[in-house]
Design a binder for this molecule. Structure first.
Ligand code: SF4
Length: 319
């Protein structure tokens, strides 16, 4: 019988799942994905996590808890960096250790380190190293790496083409009303694409007749160029992506406004939000709505702010 590997549907699931999924399946594992985030998963996470961690990490804990008895092993990578000169938030590095400490009953944990910031290192080299460490023959590992990198590139091409991870990974569909407005919706993918965490903000916007354009659809070269106005390159991968995309989308005539969704208690987000506010205020071209979410956020309050913002940009567009 195939060995099962559990993958939490949280954090970098929205960026790298096609890579992990194909890699493990090619190595002969059966991949078990945790269910979509819901109240039960969030409560499981809150119960286990320390109060100080951000909402997305609490959700990750909940997903791990839901997989404990379902898989022979858990894949909880130690993500340091996925590109040169850029880093993932330090919380990701400590995740495997925090999970071990909080879930003594855990099955085997595959916590391989991915650090693409090192010279000569890359995602595919780290993946190859992991395959060898797991004891698979070199030829099988090479094929698994090639297939999984190809799956990731295909996924990224779909996102650049305007599809979003909820559609590609989870089969979500969004209808649009009569009013055709576009707004930039920026934030960590694990917030905005998780329907429970974001209170389904993309579907809410769609019901208001608004299309959400996210950072993943922006050409990386265009967002890098737009981010050159910053006095210093932001070294957080997602922070750089959010800021560069905001600065690029802000210049597009079809974008009526910008929404930034941040996590309460997130260090990188607080800096990004502040920079975003200052930069956009200086340019005075597009309205900005900043939303901060955590497990205490009330949906009615979020709806009111969203509707007021959309009304305002719709009127602004007409006048
Ligand atoms: S970047 Fe912010 S939201 Fe993401 S894991 Fe780090 S602290 Fe949490």
């Amino acid at each position: 019988m195939d060995k099962t590997v559990g993958i939490p549907r949280a954090l970098f699931y929205y960026y790298l799942f096609p890579l992990w999924d194909v890699f493990f399946r090619e190595l002969g594992y059966k991949v078990i994905l945790s269910p979509a985030t819901d109240k039960r998963i969030v409560n499981l996470g809150i119960e286990k996590a320390v109060d100080e961690v951000c909402y997305p990490v609490k959700i990750y804990y909940g997903h791990v808890a839901s997989l404990l008895k379902k898989a022979d092993c858990l894949f909880l990578p130690r993500l340091v960096s996925i590109q040169e000169r850029s880093y993932i938030c330090p919380k990701f590095m400590g995740l495997p250790d925090m999970i071990r400490a909080n879930f003594p009953e855990h099955p085997e944990i595959i916590d391989h380190t991915f650090d693409g910031s090192r010279k000569g290192q890359s995602l595919s080299k780290d993946l190859e190293h992991l395959g060898r460490k797991l004891g698979h023959p070199p030829e099988t590992v090479r094929r698994a790496c090639a297939e999984s990198i190809a799956a990731l590139r295909e996924y990224e091409t779909k996102l650049k083409g305007g599809q979003n991870p909820m559609t590609v990974l989870d089969g979500a569909r969004f209808g649009f009303g009569e009013r055709k407005l576009k707004v930039a919706l920026l934030g960590h993918g694990y917030n905005i694409y998780d329907p429970y965490a974001s209170m389904n903000i993309i579907a809410k916007l769609a019901r208001l007749g608004v299309e959400a354009i996210t950072a993943e659809s922006v050409d990386p070269a265009a967002r890098d160029q737009a981010a050159e106005v910053l006095p210093k390159r932001m070294f957080w991968t997602l922070g750089h992506r959010i800021l560069g995309s905001a600065l690029y989308l802000e210049q597009r005539d079809d974008i009526a406004g910008i929404i930034h969704m941040a996590s309460f208690g997130c260090g990188p987000d607080s800096l990004v939000a502040e920079l975003l506010e200052r930069l956009l205020k200086r340019r005075r071209r597009k309205p900005l709505l900043c939303l901060t979410i955590d497990e205490h956020t009330g949906e009615a309050g979020l709806d009111t702010r969203l509707e007021a913002f959309i009304d305002m940009i719709a009127r602004r567009k007409i006048s």
